[in-house]
Design a protein around this ligand. Structure first.
Ligand code: IPM
Ligand code: MG
Length: 358
């Protein structure tokens, strides 16, 4: 029997609630499936850890999770700690050194869930956003000088490398090719940002020549927000920079009904390092401890984890179970307008796993 080692990093806020729900579901799935099991190691890194130790994770933190098959992450963010510290101290401190350069964010309207857009179903809205996850606006390049004086200056430099853009572009074209519509939209802002974004456009055209069977088009990011709302059916796979895709993926999640259901994979496609799977939502301190966090984003991230591990049948079974549960409004949490609790949704998905023949 195959045993996958999973590093669970629940983090802060509702992260702890949804990750424990996710592990329950993954274990139930492994049991139902047979043939594989999970060994989960828990790491209590995050805001509370910071308050005790002055850092978000131990100095050798990455060494402790480097050999795991995958990482299941909750969320980082703490009301008493500045957001840039929690982000750079944990999530980016894992993503960047582990070279998880492809951040993949599928968006689809699941059964039983209504889009805020009129007359839009999963036929019109079935997208995957590929976010460059290693450089760009999140490169961390910049600085401050004359701090505290009237001359104060601050820069955040978006830094793009040809190698970085080429690899994410190839990844996106490959992903687009694997989907039925074989269609990619390359998003930039190459009218105003006249250096790096122009390089993106050039690289897109070069890489496109290797993927003659993929139809592709270009879009400026501002116009893209409009297209997502007005003509969602014209979109399939999307590739964009770290910041642009961050913003577009929140819009995508909202258009698909709730941030609470959206999943993410932070992939190191070369598999030199473990990849990391997480719900797209944050730590949501306003609902923390109430037991009403939507665990579906974590479950769906679990599906992406199973696919990455090569457990396609199990992934399909879990997705089917999730869809069976979202189809039933009794199992909608408050973010979807319902009254269900995290526990009720989790129990329902486990029940569906036992019954589902994927
Ligand atoms: C995301 C989040 C993070 C990001 C935040 C928490 C810093 O919004 O994963 O989309 O911007 O990368
Ligand atoms: Mg975001």
């Amino acid at each position: 029997m195959k045993t996958y080692t999973i590093a669970a990093i629940p983090g802060d806020g509702i992260g702890t609630e949804v990750v424990s729900a996710g592990i329950e579901v993954l274990n139930a799935l492994a049991q139902r499936e047979g043939g594989f099991a999970f060994k989960v190691d828990h790491f209590d890194w995050g805001g509370e850890y910071y308050k005790k130790h002055g850092r978000m994770m131990p100095e050798n933190g990455r060494d402790l999770i480097r050999k795991h098959d995958a990482i299941l992450f909750g969320s980082a963010g703490h009301p008493e700690i500045p957001d840039h510290i929690t982000l750079w101290g944990l999530r980016l401190a894992i993503c960047q050194p582990f070279d998880q350069y492809a951040n993949v964010r599928p968006t689809r309207i699941l059964p039983g869930i209504t889009s805020p857009l009129r007359n839009v179903t999963d036929k019109e809205l079935d997208w995957v956003i590929v976010r460059e996850n290693s450089e760009g606006e999140y490169a961390g390049v910049g600085g401050r000088a004359h701090q505290g004086s009237s001359l104060e200056v601050a820069t955040d430099v978006a830094m793009f490398t040809r190698a970085g853009v080429e690899r994410i572009m190839r990844f996106a074209f490959r992903l687009a090719r694997s989907r039925p519509r074989k269609k990619l939209t390359v998003v930039t802002k190459s009218n105003a940002q006249r250096h790096a974004m122009v390089m993106w456009d050039e690289i897109a055209a070069q890489v496109a020549a290797e993927f003659k069977d993929v139809t592709w088009d270009k879009m400026l990011v501002d116009a893209m927000t409009m297209r997502m709302v007005i003509k969602p059916e014209t979109i399939d796979t999307v590739v964009a920079t770290n910041l642009h895709a961050d913003i577009l993926s929140d819009l995508a999640a909202a258009l698909a009904g709730s941030l609470g259901i959206a999943p993410t994979a932070n992939l190191n496609p070369e598999r030199e390092f473990p990849s990391m799977f997480e719900p797209i939502h944050g730590s949501a301190f306003d609902i923390m401890g109430k037991g009403i966090a939507n665990p579906v984003g974590t479950f769906w991230s679990g599906v992406m984890m199973l696919e990455h591990l090569g457990e396609k049948t199990a992934g399909a079974r879990l997705m089917k179970a999730i869809e069976r549960v979202t189809a039933d409004k009794r199992f909608h949490t408050p973010d979807l307008g319902g009254k269900a609790t995290t526990k009720e949704v989790t129990a329902a998905v486990i029940e569906a796993i036992k019954g589902a023949n994927a």
